[in-house]
Design a binder for this molecule. Structure first.
Ligand SMILES: [Zn+2]
Length: 126
């Protein structure tokens, strides 16, 4: 009964519950002290690489999750920053637009050429 309470994990050798007081953790597995003494030395550790990989994958998954959360937060920040920039840009953008339409028909150009011809060449150019 007390053993069940202290149950930690399954023994890799006999596949039975291992109580905390009788636990040996080796090769990424839990053994009974007795089982490890009897079989632990010859027990192959084919899962060692797998365990290593799975733990690494778990870490990478966490890192990926963190990255996603961070990039999401950054995207939100960038969005709000962009919106703020846009709002601030709007009045600025309107100004050069006006000056552009003004420069579209410069007076100095029409002055240097005959009025009729200047109009024709402009449409042709476009
Ligand atoms: Zn065992």
């Amino acid at each position: 009964m007390a053993d069940e309470k202290d149950f930690v994990d399954m023994c890799a050798v006999c596949k039975q519950g291992v109580p905390k007081s009788d636990m040996v953790y080796q090769k990424g597995k839990v053994f009974h002290t007795q089982c490890f003494n009897d079989h632990g030395g010859s027990f192959p550790a084919p899962n060692h690489e797998l365990n290593h990989m799975s733990s690494r994958t778990r870490i990478e998954l966490v890192q990926l999750k963190n990255l996603m959360v961070r990039s999401e937060a950054e995207a939100t920040v960038a969005k709000t920053a962009k919106a703020a920039k846009k709002a601030g840009k709007k009045p600025k953008r309107a100004k050069p637009k006006r000056s552009k339409s003004k420069s579209k028909k410069p007076k100095s150009r029409t002055k240097s050429r005959p009025k009729k011809k200047a109009k024709k060449s402009r449409t042709r150019r476009r």
